[in-house]
Design a protein around this ligand. Structure first.
Ligand code: ADE
Length: 252
């Protein structure tokens, strides 16, 4: 590989969680092939004072603890090249947080097309707002639910990006046809056996069209299935799809 690898840097209190699942399967293979690199910055290494504390009680009261701005700033300076042995940042600095803008496939595509990403992982109640403001950190959420910290969200984001890097997923068509690429959910898949008996004894056959050999009709059927699935499961996505088709002057 001659191309510069896509570069991920994770700032975390728990560097031992990485690479974790990112060492497995296609994404892990791409890591060992250096199609992407993973650097870790241990936020705790930037704690100072006798107690080396990384968090403290929130001003104004309330439950839980807040990560200190000076400690997180030290980790961000390491990222930015302000400390000895530093790495330079590649791409945006994102803070994984339920408060952030919802991650979607378009954002994943944009990140994967860039030089890389730095991911700041919070724990406890979160990170002092001042250090987020000072570094103009963008907040990104995986959805409307709360994880115990940003690390697992960071792994999910990295897996989503890395699988889009050139050469990571075998066939480019399998990426082109998957959910969200065309603005629809993906059609259902079937494989052998052609007739499969479920636990209740019901025999479930693969739809005849898929074994008909008519590739055009199969493509039409899959599109209809994708439409039906999107209308049923994601009416929000369906409305966006229709609006986009109208803008392009296509009758759906
Ligand atoms: N950290 C905690 N909850 C999160 C979420 N829903 N998305 C991203 N990061 C998080």
């Amino acid at each position: 590989m001659t191309a510069r690898p896509w570069r991920a840097t994770v700032l975390t209190l728990f560097p031992e969680m990485f690479p974790g699942p990112l060492e497995t399967s296609l994404v892990g293979k791409a890591l060992s092939q250096r199609r992407w690199s993973l650097e870790l910055i241990d936020i705790r290494a930037h704690a100072k004072g006798r107690h080396r504390s990384v968090d403290d009680q929130p001003f104004g009261g309330g439950p839980g603890m807040v990560m200190r701005p000076d400690v997180v700033d030290g980790a961000l300076q390491e990222l930015a090249g302000g400390a000895a042995g530093a790495v330079d940042p590649a791409g945006p600095i994102l803070y994984l947080s339920p408060r952030g803008r919802r991650l979607d496939q378009a954002a994943v595509r944009a990140l994967a097309a860039g030089p890389g990403v730095a991911l700041l992982c919070g724990r406890y109640e979160g990170i002092d707002q001042r250090v987020l403001d000072a570094w103009a950190v963008e907040e990104v959420s995986l959805g409307d639910f709360v994880l115990a910290g940003g690390e697992i969200a960071a792994m999910a984001l990295l897996e989503a990006c890395v699988r889009l890097l050139p050469g990571v997923v075998g066939e480019a068509t399998s990426l082109a046809e998957e959910s969200f690429e065309a603005g629809l959910l993906e059609y259902p898949h079937y494989t052998r056996p052609r007739v499969w008996q479920d636990r209740g004894g019901e025999k479930r056959a693969v739809p005849d069209i898929l074994v008909s050999g008519h590739h055009d009709r199969i493509a039409d059927w899959r599109h209809q299935q994708a439409v039906a699935m999107t209308q049923k499961q994601r009416p929000d996505l369906w409305r966006q799809y229709i609006a986009a088709q109208r803008r392009q002057g296509v009758e759906a």
